[in-house]
Design a protein around this ligand. Sequence first.
Ligand SMILES: [Zn+2]
Length: 147
Amino acid sequence: MKTSFKFKDIHSCDAVVLTCIDFRFWRETLEFVEKELDIKTFDFPSLPGAAKAINDCLSDGDLAFQCIGVPCELHHAKKIVIVNHEDCGAYGGSGKFDGDQDAEQKFHEEELWRAKAKLIDKYPGKEYILVYARLADEGEKIDFLKI
Ligand SMILES: [Zn+2]
């Protein structure tokens, strides 16, 4: 299959969006970033747990750091977006929170803040956008919340 290469001779993008690998969320995350955040060019690494992957990093060469480092250093990304989501298997799922959606959201907010704090040392001067994808309407909808 041959298709047109829209980004020929373009080597910069606006952002890096780190999201979870979960198949239930990434398509909608893509749509949220393009439509709601109005970010059109971005690297889109996915790792289990998103913020968790950053928080679990022990040294500079770790994969999750590279997923942020390459976009920032090679592609000149100015924005760093991290998207965590409800019922994330990497964190043990919603079961851990006994159906308390607010407690689960608070936990993920703290995870997102922790990841930002970890990254800001390496990449100051970037715009950080932290997002939590919360299930709404009895699990029929995904509500993307900026934290
Ligand atoms: Zn997940």
